[in-house]
Design a protein around this ligand. Structure first.
Ligand SMILES: Cc1cc2nc3c(=O)[nH]c(=O)nc-3n(C[C@H](O)[C@H](O)[C@H](O)COP(=O)(O)O)c2cc1C
Length: 343
């Protein structure tokens, strides 16, 4: 089946999933200021979705794989208070194409999540096989999947069989050491529609420069084993120009930009952070804060403060002004401080 992936013009630049950063409020802002070629949700626990939706909709617990049972009527009927994870899957038309990212080590749970994503109207399903969070790795999910290629394949196939959505994978180049020659072919054997590779090992976290020099090997494996799979490189890219350069130099089809979006929702419009005047940045920050309160009511306002740090930087008096803004306890207070200082 043709999907949006096959229509993307290469090279393309996509926005990375980042928990507590690329939430619905942030994504709404970016969709307005300069949309990426593809948007990801933050990662969501497939197991959490299943258990909380089941509890809230009273689907009886029976034997057998959950994927074989009817899907609970979660899409519109589940009270979000009963399953806050459903809020992570909220999106608007302006964000399309949008891919829902899930993690789990259990194929039936991934099948459930993929069906849910289809029912919710997502354009694709992405499987996280790169997260180094210990709580996630303990479940055998995230980056831990690098150590269990057969289990990883089973999770990918479960998603592929459960829905008609294109299934992509996001991973790293290895666990303690780079293991591209074993790990990447195992993934490509399942023919994912796209494969994003964060060019560091799990051990390296994000502490060393990304190893872009290994990308041509990944592209060669793709050419040989799964020519239809889009390969997306990820690590340290800050701008559209840099993304184009990386694709030209290393042969990947696209680039995923993560931390390069901090303080710069204009990245995908091709604008550098320093080219945006402070009042425009503050207006964006205030808009983000109000959207955060509206779309993420159960989340602590403190989560938003990382954006204050990222937006308010690089000018005389930035540190003092940041400190004042950090004292705000809600969006209105933040707005009042901005208005008083820069009107
Ligand atoms: C705060 C934060 C949250 C992240 N959350 C996720 C996530 O939910 N799913 C995921 O696949 N990667 C996640 N990542 C990893 C990024 O998507 C990306 O792979 C990483 O930051 C490297 O890209 P960069 O150098 O462009 O930032 C997260 C990274 C950060 C900094």
């Amino acid at each position: 089946m043709t999907s949006f992936w096959s229509k993307l013009q290469k090279p393309f630049a996509v926005m990375a999933p980042m928990a507590d950063v690329t939430d619905p409020a942030w994504r709404a802002l970016v969709a307005k200021q300069g949309r990426p070629a593809v948007t990801w949700t933050e990662f969501v626990s497939a197991d959490g979705l299943w258990h909380l939706n089941k509890a809230s909709t009273g689907v009886p617990q029976t034997q057998g794989a959950p994927a074989a049972r009817p899907i609970p009527p979660f899409a519109s009927d589940t009270p979000v208070s009963a399953n806050p994870l459903m809020r992570d899957l909220a999106f608007t038309e302006a964000e399309r194409p949008i891919v829902a990212q899930f993690f789990t080590a259990k194929p039936p749970m991934m099948a459930y999540a993929a069906k849910l994503a289809e029912e919710l109207g997502f354009d694709g399903v992405d499987i996280n096989m790169g997260c180094p969070d210990r709580a996630i790795e303990k479940q055998g999910a995230g980056a831990a999947m690098v150590k269990t290629p057969a289990a990883a394949q089973a999770v990918i196939r479960a998603a592929q069989e459960a829905s008609s959505l294109p299934v992509s994978v996001k991973t790293r180049i290895g666990w303690n050491a780079e293991s591209i020659d074993e790990w990447i072919p195992a993934l490509l054997e399942t023919k994912p529609t796209a494969l994003t590779v964060h060019l560091r090992t799990r051990k390296e976290l994000s502490l060393v420069p990304a190893h872009w020099e290994v990308m041509p090997r990944i592209v060669a494996l793709r050419d040989q084993l799964a020519p239809e799979t889009r390969v997306i490189g990820n690590g340290d890219v800050q701008s559209l120009d840099e993304a184009r350069e990386k694709c030209a130099e290393y042969g990947c089809d696209g680039v995923m930009i993560g931390r390069g979006i901090f303080g710069n929702p204009w990245v995908f419009a091709g604008r550098a952070s320093e080219d945006t005047p402070l009042p425009e940045k503050l207006a964006a920050l205030v808009e983000l804060a109000h959207a955060f309160e509206a779309l993420r009511p159960a989340k602590n306002f403190a989560i938003l403060k990382k954006h204050i740090k990222a937006f308010v930087t690089g000018f005389d008096g930035a540190a003092e002004f940041r400190a004042t803004l950090m004292a705000a306890e809600n969006a209105s207070e933040l707005e009042d401080i901005c208005r008083a200082s820069y009107n």
